[in-house]
Design a protein around this ligand. Structure first.
Ligand SMILES: [Zn+2]
Length: 397
């Protein structure tokens, strides 16, 4: 059975009264502090677990972003190489276009010169100037005989037809070069279009990269903030643990005779040691993890079996810890040769004692269960000397 609020209040009032009478307020104050400390420790452990899971999720996000960023980088490098290739191709075509310009200019010059020469020849033939037909007529009329006239006419006609042929050839050559140039220009336009597309793609990739970089920086900041919060909690939890240890030492009011009683029905040999006490190992990332501070005992049908006080003493903790011990009880047995002994019983279905209560060896204090962080019903049993957990096994032989 559990004590209701009224019963607890009246018990607490009684203890307060008795303690005031016997001037032993120190014990009560320590006991209250111990409970508060334990609650504080539970809270810290819970927060720490939440932060740890947040850190893992942020790390995961950050790694994904880094992977994404690397993919973007290789895409950007590839696009940049393609843009460079197009730049080279365009430069090559530009060179060819410039070459056609030179060739066209040369042909134009040749044509202009030919035209000038032709004009000069005609001018020399038409010595008298004026209308070219009249000029030609005067050449013909000044000829000495008809044979001469024919010769001059033939010469003039041949000359004109020769010049016309040459000039036509040059014009055709210019046309061919111009058509070549038009092809080159069209090729250049195609290349420039592709290059512009790539430049736009690269600009998109650059902006995605900038976003990814920002996210990575922000996740990194969150991660380091959480790591620092985690470390703060770790330091705080250590302080509280030490305070609990010191509080346990100060409770020297028991009548411990030095021997422990096996706290479950039957013999210790009837039970399996499912998980032994283990010292804290350095955590691969955060430095330390909590140690396993006692031995776990189990057997078939253990659930609901009574748990007995291993020795007489005063209940120093009877509380619930969701993240760890579940319903658990700690009994202070007092000191032998200056060392204070305590026992702790965790993962109960329920406890039937309350803080400050005096218990005798063999009294039922609670029942076996799997409350708190437990995978199945078992008894987590601790022996503490001056607050520090020791291997409980040798004390129960
Ligand atoms: Zn355990």
């Amino acid at each position: 059975m559990r004590f209701n609020r009224k019963t607890i209040l009246s018990v607490v009032s009684c203890i307060l009264l008795v303690c005031t009478l016997f001037s032993c307020l120190t014990f009560n104050a320590t006991s209250a502090t111990l409970d508060e400390l334990q609650t504080q420790l539970n809270q810290l452990e819970k927060e720490q677990a939440q932060i740890s899971s947040k850190i893992n999720s942020i790390k995961n996000d950050k790694n994904k972003q880094i992977e994404y960023k690397n993919a973007l980088l290789s895409q950007i490098n590839n696009t940049r190489a393609q843009i460079d290739a197009y730049t080279n191709s365009i430069a090559l075509v530009d060179g060819k276009i410039s070459d056609t310009d030179t060739r066209i200019a040369a042909k134009d010059k040749e044509l202009a010169q030919l035209k000038n020469e032709f004009k000069a020849r005609i001018r020399s033939i038409c010595m008298n100037g004026g209308d070219s037909t009249n000029a030609l007529l005067s050449v013909l009329l000044s000829a000495e005989d008809f044979a001469d006239i024919l010769t001059v006419a033939e010469y003039t006609k041949n000359l004109a037809s020769y010049d016309a042929k040459v000039m036509e050839d040059i014009a055709a050559a210019v046309k061919a070069i111009q058509s070549e140039q038009a092809n080159l220009q069209s090729e250049r336009n195609t290349l420039a279009t592709y290059q512009a597309k790539l430049a736009s793609k690269k600009s998109d990739l650059d902006s995605q990269l900038a976003t990814a970089n920002q996210l990575i920086v922000s996740l990194g900041q969150q991660e380091s903030q959480l790591n620092s919060d985690y470390a703060d909690l770790e330091r705080e939890a250590k302080k509280v643990e030490e305070a609990i240890r010191l509080a346990s030492i100060n409770q020297n009011n028991g009548t411990f005779d030095g021997s422990f009683y096996w706290p479950l029905p039957g013999k210790k040999a009837d039970y399996r040691l499912t998980s032994p006490i283990q010292a804290a190992r350095p955590h691969p990332v955060y430095g330390t993890i909590r140690a396993h501070t006692g031995n776990d005992y189990a057997k078939a049908g253990i659930n609901g079996l009574p748990i007995y006080a291993a020795a007489s003493g005063t209940v120093s903790i009877a509380t619930y810890n969701a993240g760890g011990f579940g319903y658990y009880v700690m009994i202070n047995h007092g000191a032998i040769n200056g060392s204070t002994y305590s026992t702790l019983y965790a993962h109960m279905t329920r406890y039937v004692v309350s803080k400050g209560q005096t218990v005798k060896k063999g009294d039922v204090i609670g029942y076996v269960g799997s409350s708190g962080a437990a995978t199945g019903p078992h008894l987590h049993l601790e022996v503490r000397i001056n607050g520090s957990p020791v291997n409980p096994d040798p004390y129960f032989n």
